[in-house]
Each structure stands twice: as C-alpha cells, then as structure tokens.
Design a protein around this ligand. Structure first.
Ligand SMILES: C[S@@+](CC[C@H](N)C(=O)[O-])C[C@H]1O[C@@H](n2cnc3c(N)ncnc32)[C@H](O)[C@@H]1O
Length: 453
C-alpha cells in the first residue's frame, strides 16, 4: 500500500483526526454518509455537528483535487464530468449533488469503502505524517455507517415534565453569538436542571469548561450523582428490574410497579441522603424504573413527599438504556451536581457565565397545574423572586437565558412575564405542549425565551 493511503487509514481509524458530520440529514439522503475533518466542509452540506465519531475504513480511494478521483473512477469520461465552480450558479448545487452520487456509486461498485478528498497541497503533509489542511471523508461501507449510529448524542436519562427537547433548536439559536461562534462555554449553570435536555445537548456540541447543575428535588439529584459515579452499578440494578418486569403480563406489571413505588416511598424515610452508600444505587434505579413505566413520566409527590403517580401502560418501555447511561456518566464528569434552591447559582456565577433558567411553568390554566413538581410548588411569588435574582445577576455581565410558558396563550391581557422582565429581551416561539393535566390534550402554544443580551 502506498504511504499516503497507509497514513490516511491509520489516522482516520484511530480517530486522531477530528471528524464531524452535517446535522442536515437531507445531506445524507442527497449524497450518502459524509464526514469531514474540518468545520467548513461539513458546513457546506448542512450545519456541522461537532461530535467526533469512530469509523473503520480499509480501502479508500483518495485524491488531492476532485479531478484526480474522477480520473481514477471514470478514465474515459472524467474530463466531461469535472464541475467548474463558476458553472451556472442556479443549478450548481443540484449538479454538485448529482456528481457526488455518481462518484459514490462508482466507487462502491469498484469495491472502495470511502472517498477521501483533500486540498491540492495535502500530499506533502501526509508524507510527513501530518494532517492536511482540509480533508473530506465520505463513507461508503456499511460497517462504518453502523459505527456512526452508535455514536449518537447523549440524551436525557429521564422523561421530565417541562423537558426542553423540542425547544433545543430555538434555545441554541438564542445563545450569545460569541458562544455560538467559538463553540466554547466557559462556565454553564442550570439551576432548574430537571432532565437536563439543554445541558446534554450543549455538552455534545460545545466545549463546556465548567458546569453546575442544580435542582431542589433531592431524589433527582441523587440519581444524577449515582450515574456520574457508578454507571455500571446502576445499569446492573436496572437490568435486573427490566428483566423481571418485561416478562410479566399487564396485571402483574402493575403489581410489580406498585411494589417498587412502595419500596421507593419507604426508603425515603430511612435513607442517608448526606453520604453516598449502596442504597443510593437502589434508589436511583427505582426512580428511573418508575419514570419509565409510570403515567406520562411524571414526578409528582403528595403533601408528605410520597411519589404518587399511577402505573402507565407502555408496551415495551426501555427501562435500561445502558449505552446512554454510560454517555450521561461521561458527560457529567467534571460537573458539579447540587441539590439546592435556584438562588445558589449566584455563588458560582462569574462574568461571562451562561445561566439557563427553566423554572416550573406558570400554569396555562388552572387544570394544568404541573408546577407542583415537588411538594413545595412554584407560585407567582417564586417567579418574582427569580426575576429579581436575574436582575441582580445581570449587573455582573452574566448571560441569562430563561424559558417559561406564555400566559398570553390563555389571556391576552396577562402580561405577567412582560412586566417582571421588563428590562429583558423577550421572544415568543411555538412549541407542542401538553395542555391539560390528563396529558390527553396537546397543542401548539407560545413559549417565552427571555434573555438579557
Ligand atoms: C421545568 S423543570 C426543568 C426541566 C428541564 N429544563 C428539562 O429539560 O428537563 C423545573 C425543575 O425545577 C425544579 N425546581 C422547582 N423549584 C425549584 C427551586 N426553588 N430551586 C431549584 N429547583 C427547583 C423542579 O424540581 C424541576 O426539576
């Protein structure tokens, strides 16, 4: 094998070079799987997603400009196929995609597993065992594609009421410009972390130097800590529960669920929450099990703090997602996880810190009273206490982003948030939301994104 090809295969397979793939999934259908080691190339076919991925290639075809690859693939007709950059700009993208497809089909037919395109001067870099200034890797071989799938993003490990998964694009678009450009967040704080949808999303795409995750739900925080410290133990516990539960019929599943719920509620009375012990691992696994099998993934407590959500009816719930739990654990390394009131964020916030507040929603109507996450609820006075804290923090050059329900959905005259955040920039975005407490009515509602920048 020639030296250039050997270096390419070695470096790419060992992930010594950084691969990114475009987030625009249309790019895949238009031209097949596509990887690139530079931001610019991934950007060409869609917004790049900075997740390094492992691939396995054995027999790539490569070239230092496209004509070289075309010549190898189509020796007779390559001259006619060369696409000039100045070609009629209207159809240029279409022609580009068509040419890519032709290249990939022919390369596959000839038994190649990847097409690698580099800049004209790349050869001398490779001959010196260095990464060329630009490199575009297109994978053709199925095992390599499978590996991409396994490298999916880390997801929240719980279904959490008010979870922000569907607002992620809007939230990302509303981040400070310098963070979006540099892809670096020096310090990130989420004082109402819940399921942590935004944190896990950002963690996959941005370099976060320091992070603090806060919530006043002590069982939720305990679960975060257990996953961070001992993912293997919690996976073992959950696998046992999952195997026992899934083999039962509906009636027995329901009995099993209420048995665990009872254990979970009794354990609360005797558990030492202050010091990590193996009962924490049991408790965390109960919480995840209950969350995955209860009605609508709610976490609701009665006035004594007992978890009181009824059994849900999922046919085949994924109770133990071992792969994701390991990823969550890795994502939490170096992150401080704290059970406390949201106001604690003041202690850790320095200038340029990004704080994302996602407090319990102010109910859209009296029946959608999901603000009672824990027995203490979150009333209008609490929303005002939070707004005052945001004003204080704003004076210290801290970036504040906050989301909430928009009361004007229900009552046009209710300008509660416009009033308490009068110095902030308020944007309204649309989201699909559960709009009553039975979870059977969903609709498009306006949500508020409030920022101080
Ligand atoms: C809307 S949820 C957050 C959802 C989260 N963004 C997600 O993606 O899953 C609000 C969270 O605030 C927590 N919470 C309620 N009151 C709090 C307080 N005073 N201090 C800290 N956390 C609180 C609740 O336990 C709940 O997890």
């Amino acid at each position: 094998m020639d030296l250039v090809k050997k270096v390419l295969i070695e470096k790419i397979n060992k992930s010594e070079w950084w691969h990114v793939f475009p987030r625009d999934h249309d790019a895949y259908t238009k031209r097949g799987k596509f990887f690139a080691s530079t931001f610019q190339q991934a950007a060409f076919y869609g917004r790049p997603n900075d997740i390094p991925s492992r691939v396995l290639i054995k027999n790539p075809i490569y070239g230092f400009f496209e004509a070289e690859i075309l010549k190898k693939l189509f020796p007779e007709t390559y001259k006619d196929r060369i696409l000039s950059e100045n070609a009629d700009s209207k159809n240029w993208y279409k022609k580009r995609i068509a040419l890519d497809l032709a290249i990939f089909r022919k390369a596959k037919l000839l038994g190649y597993d990847a097409v690698i395109l580099m800049s004209a001067n790349g050869k001398k870099y490779l001959e010196n065992n260095k990464k060329p200034p630009s490199i575009e890797l297109n994978l053709l071989y199925p095992p390599a594609r499978k590996m991409i799938v396994r490298n999916k993003q880390v997801k929240p490990f719980l279904k959490w009421v008010g979870g922000k998964t569907q607002l992620l694009n809007d939230l990302e678009a509303r981040l400070p410009d310098n963070i979006k450009e540099d892809k670096v967040i020096d310090c990130y704080i989420e004082p109402f972390v819940g399921g942590g949808a935004l944190f896990f999303y950002l963690k996959s795409k941005y370099k976060i130097n320091k992070a603090y995750l806060i919530d006043n739900n002590k069982d939720l925080i305990l679960t975060y800590k257990v996953i961070k410290k001992s993912p293997e133990n919690i996976i073992k516990e959950l696998q046992k529960i999952e195997a026992a539960y899934l083999k039962l019929d509906n009636k027995k599943r329901s009995d099993f669920y209420y048995e665990i719920r009872k254990k979970f509620n009794r354990q609360r009375e005797v558990l030492n929450y202050k010091k990590y012990n193996n009962q924490w691992e049991k408790r965390a696994s109960y919480l995840i099990f209950l969350n995955k099998t209860c009605f609508n993934g709610l976490f609701r407590q009665n006035s004594n703090g007992g978890f009181n959500v009824p059994h849900g009816r999922y046919k085949n719930p994924k109770i133990c997602d071992a792969d994701n739990l390991k990823k969550v654990s890795r994502a939490l390394k170096g992150t401080r996880i704290i059970c406390d009131d949201f106001s604690l964020c003041e202690k850790y916030a320095a200038p340029k810190t990004l704080i994302y507040f996602d407090p319990p929603y102010r109910p859209l109507n009296i029946t959608s009273n999901f603000t009672a996450y824990t027995k203490n609820g979150f009333c209008d006075n609490e929303q005002v206490r939070l707004a005052n804290l945001c004003k204080d923090l704003s004076r210290n050059n801290i970036y504040i982003l906050l989301s909430n329900s928009d009361p004007t959905n229900e009552n046009k005259k209710d300008k509660f948030f416009d009033e308490i955040y009068d110095d902030f920039n308020i944007q309204r975005v649309l989201a699909n939301r559960m709009i009553n407490c039975n979870g059977d009515k969903r609709g498009q509602v306006k949500e508020l994104l409030i920022a101080n920048y």
